[in-house]
Design a protein around this ligand. Structure first.
Ligand code: SF4
Length: 387
């Protein structure tokens, strides 16, 4: 992707909407929200605008968490029934040319790096299948020469036949590259903006990730490429979570309007210890995380809300019945970590170490069903389907 094409991302798509909102002004509106405004928004739950979302993440809404939990749970059950999907990350590579201050894969860490071969990848696949996993998220750092488009296509070919759904969390790609991967059966792509705030480049000082607008335009390219699921989120702890989350809600509303064929997924990555020893400048407490999950569900009942093993078993068990619809389990955050644990550099330490089978049991005890496959492209193509 040349510089000229990258520059156009500043002027079109979601970037154009984003430019209409000021960070400080948004922050001020959230802080100034009154309890009466929160009550008015809660009465209209289920069909809210991003400006309504401001009230749901405000300090004033903290006094309404019980009511928000009731509404969120009812909306979730109405839209998803008693179902939760389980997935596991499959790290393909820990090579990276970026220096994100918070990440265990930062190039500043002088440790040997790994990129899995076909044989090593299939060894990971075998362990995941044994664990009962049917949805995997392929993860790499950002090192296009080693784990670029060609390698990602190869890896998808190795892995795709073994799982019901395969998604990716890799460096931002061009629209044509996403299109080719979708044609090979890629289900979804997670691309977290990390922060929409003015200090983005301070946290991402080197490498291609410095380019805020190339990353901001990625969900547009995914929608245009027809990728079925687009994953958004911010890295909780980098900036004021209330303001950052408003911009996620703004992007959700934009994407739903322009790329209605794609589903939107929201994740809640909260900063965990990593080898770089980064201290989050704006730590997010448990009660704030609960408020945020409830706020997204009340804002939009169709969103997939996903909670990873970064969070504790206790918090995950409490949050799942209130609005979460996707969970990771048994995760390893180093390449080759399922077949050979702790042999390579990991991205971050996980918190909930329960296996997928233990997780499925915990879900069953809460009266929730585990969903293996929630969508299949052939449903829409087979003229005899349903006859
Ligand atoms: S967050 Fe991603 S891009 Fe940044 S250092 Fe880690 S792996 Fe590389």
């Amino acid at each position: 992707m040349n510089q000229t094409n990258r520059e156009t991302n500043r002027l079109q798509g979601f970037a154009e909407v984003f430019a209409r909102y000021d960070w400080q002004e948004t922050q001020r509106r959230i802080q100034d929200t009154t309890p009466a405004e929160v009550e008015r928004v809660l009465q209209r739950a289920g069909s809210l605008s991003p400006l309504d979302f401001l009230a749901l993440v405000s300090p004033a809404a903290q006094g309404y968490l019980e009511e928000m939990a009731r509404i969120s749970q009812a909306l979730t059950r109405r839209r998803f029934g008693k179902t939760v999907q389980l997935y596991a990350p499959l790290y393909l590579s820990n090579e990276c040319l970026n220096s994100c201050l918070y990440c265990g894969f930062s190039r500043e860490i002088q440790r040997p790096r790994v990129r899995l071969t076909q044989e090593q990848t299939l060894a990971e696949v075998a362990v995941l299948k044994e664990l009962g996993i049917e949805h995997v998220l392929l993860v790499t750092g950002d090192f296009s020469h080693q784990a670029g488009n060609q390698y990602l296509n190869q890896a998808l070919e190795w892995v795709r036949p073994h799982f019901a759904q395969v998604s990716m969390e890799v460096q931002p790609l061009a629209q044509a590259e996403y299109q080719a991967l979708a044609d090979r059966g890629l289900h979804g792509v997670m691309v977290y903006q990390e922060t929409y705030g003015p200090n983005y480049t301070q946290f991402h000082p080197k490498g291609s990730k410095k380019d805020f607008f190339w990353r901001l335009g990625t969900p547009d390219r995914l929608g245009a490429a027809g990728v079925h699921k687009i994953g958004l989120g911010v890295l909780l702890g980098l900036e004021d979570w209330r303001t950052d989350s408003f911009f996620v809600a703004l992007q959700v509303a934009y994407l739903e309007k322009h790329y209605w064929r794609s589903r939107i997924s929201i994740s809640f990555p909260r900063l965990r210890p990593a080898e770089v020893g980064f201290s989050p400048p704006h730590p997010v407490c448990d009660s704030a995380l609960v408020q945020l999950v409830l706020a997204y569900r009340i804002f939009n009942e169709n969103l997939e809300l996903s909670l990873s093993t970064r969070e504790s078993a206790r918090l995950r068990d409490a949050l799942v019945p209130l609005g979460i619809t996707s969970l990771s389990a048994g995760s390893k955050t180093e390449p080759g970590g399922y077949a050979n644990p702790k042999a390579a550099l990991e991205q971050f330490e996980i918190n909930d170490g329960r296996s997928p089978k233990e997780m499925a049991l915990a879900l069953a005890q809460s009266g929730l069903d585990l969903i293996v496959r929630d969508w299949d492209p052939h449903f829409g193509l087979d003229p005899n389907f349903g006859t």
